[in-house]
Design a protein around this ligand. Structure first.
Ligand code: NAP
Length: 308
C-alpha cells in the first residue's frame, strides 16, 4: 500500500515527485511514455520560466529530469489502465485506490493525476490521411523538413504564434490562419508575429480541407465573413488549436467541466477525497510550466494534509 501514486512525468508530475520525496512519502511514480518536460519539450523557446531565460523546452525538461534523478527519482514506464476507489468499511473510512497497469495492480491511499493534455485535432478531410506527410502538430519536431518551403499554422494562441515564429526562421513563407480577427496569444508574441516579414496572418478563416496525394499541396480555407473559399498553396500544415485534457482515467471518479478538465482549485483537490490533479489536466486560469510546477507542490501538500 503506497501513500501516493503520481501519474505523469511533465513539470507537474516531476515537481510532485520531488516534493513527495522530500516529505518522505512512500511514493510510486508512473509515466508510460516519459518525455522529460512533457509538452514543453516541443517548445523551441521558453522565455517565461523564472531564473532560466531563453531556455529551450527540451533543455528545461532535461533539467527537471536531472533534478529528480539527483534525488534518485525516475518514473516507472507503465501505462495506467484504470483507477478504482475501494472502501473497507468503518475501520478504514478513507479507503484506497486500486490502479491497474498492463503488468501490475497497485494500491495507494492517494493519487495525483498529472497526465497533462493532448493536441486537439481539426477533424477535417485530409488531416488524418496526410498526418506525417506535411500535417504536423509539432513545429519544433518537424519544422526542419520545411526549410525554404511554405507552411501554414492554424490557430491564434501562444502555441500557434510560437510555431509561426519558429517556422519563419527556416521557411520561405509562413501563413498564420486564425478563425477570428484578433489573436488570443500574449501581446509580446502577437507583436512579434505581426512584425515578422515572412509571416502573413490570414484572418477570419477556417480550414475546410487539406489537399494532397502523398504530400500536402494545399489548404482549402473558408472566410467566415465573406463565405468565400480559397485554396492556399502550402507544403506544410501545422495544427496548433489547443489541447484536450488527459482526464479519461478519472472521469467516473471526479467532477469534470464541459471540456473534460478535472475540477479542482489551487489545493488540487478533486471532488473525490484522496484524488488530486496537477498541471494542465485540471481546471485553471493559466496553463504554463510555472503553474504546473506550482500545482505539483500544492498537490503534495494536500496529500500530506489528507494523510494526516
Ligand atoms: P489555446 O490558447 O487554447 O489556443 C487555441 C487556438 O486555436 C485559439 O486561437 C482558438 O481560436 C483556435 N482554435 C481552437 N479550435 C479551433 C478550430 N477547430 N479551428 C480553428 N481554430 C481553432 O491553445 P494553445 O495555444 O495550444 O495554448 C494552450 C495553453 O498553453 C494556453 O494556456 C497557453 O497560454 C499555454 N502556452 C503558453 C506558452 C508560453 O507562455 N510560452 C506557449 C504555448 C502554450 P479562438 O482564439 O477563436 O478561441
Amino acid at each position: 500500500m503506497y501513500d501516493l501514486i503520481i501519474i505523469g512525468g511533465g513539470p507537474a508530475g516531476v515537481t510532485a515527485a520531488i516534493y513527495a520525496s522530500r516529505a518522505h512519502l512512500d511514493t510510486l511514480w508512473l509515466d508510460d511514455r516519459f518525455v522529460p518536460g512533457g509538452q514543453i519539450s516541443d517548445s523551441a523557446l521558453v522565455d517565461n520560466y523564472p531564473g532560466l531565460p531563453s531556455v529551450t523546452g527540451a533543455e528545461l525538461g532535461d533539467r527537471f529530469a536531472a533534478h529528480a534523478e539527483g534525488l534518485g527519482l525516475k518514473p516507472l514506464r507503465e501505462k495506467v489502465l484504470s483507477i478504482e476507489k475501494t472502501s473497507r468499511g468503518e475501520e478504514d473510512p478513507k479507503g484506497a485506490f486500486v490502479l491497474k497497469t498492463r503488468k501490475n495492480i497497485y494500491e495507494s491511499r492517494t493519487v495525483i493525476l498529472a497526465a497533462g493534455a493532448a493536441h486537439r485535432h481539426l477533424d477535417i478531410p485530409g488531416e488524418e490521411e496526410l498526418s506525417g506527410m506535411g500535417v504536423s502538430y509539432c513545429a519544433t519536431c518537424d519544422g526542419a523538413f520545411f526549410r525554404d518551403r511554405t507552411a501554414a499554422v492554424i490557430g491564434g494562441g501562444n502555441t500557434a504564434c510560437e510555431d509561426a515564429l519558429f517556422l519563419s526562421r527556416m521557411c520561405r513563407q509562413v501563413y498564420l490562419v486564425h478563425r477570428r480577427d484578433m489573436l488570443r496569444a500574449d501581446a509580446v508574441l502577437r507583436d512579434r508575429v505581426q512584425n515578422c516579414e515572412n509571416i502573413r496572418v490570414i484572418w477570419n478563416s477556417v480550414p475546410e480541407k487539406i489537399e494532397g496525394d502523398s504530400q500536402v499541396s494545399g489548404l482549402v480555407l473558408k472566410n467566415r465573413v465573406s463565405g468565400e473559399e480559397n485554396t492556399l498553396v502550402t507544403e506544410g500544415v501545422f495544427i496548433a488549436v489547443g489541447m484536450t485534457p488527459n482526464s479519461g482515467l478519472v472521469r467516473e471518479l471526479a467532477e469534470t467541466d464541459e471540456a473534460g478538465y478535472v475540477c479542482a482549485g489551487e489545493d488540487c483537490a478533486t471532488s473525490m477525497p484522496g484524488l488530486y490533479v496537477a498541471g494542465d489536466v485540471r481546471t485553471k486560469m493559466l496553463r504554463q510550466v510555472v503553474t504546473a510546477t506550482a500545482d505539483g507542490a500544492n498537490a503534495v501538500a494536500s496529500v500530506q494534509r489528507y494523510l494526516g
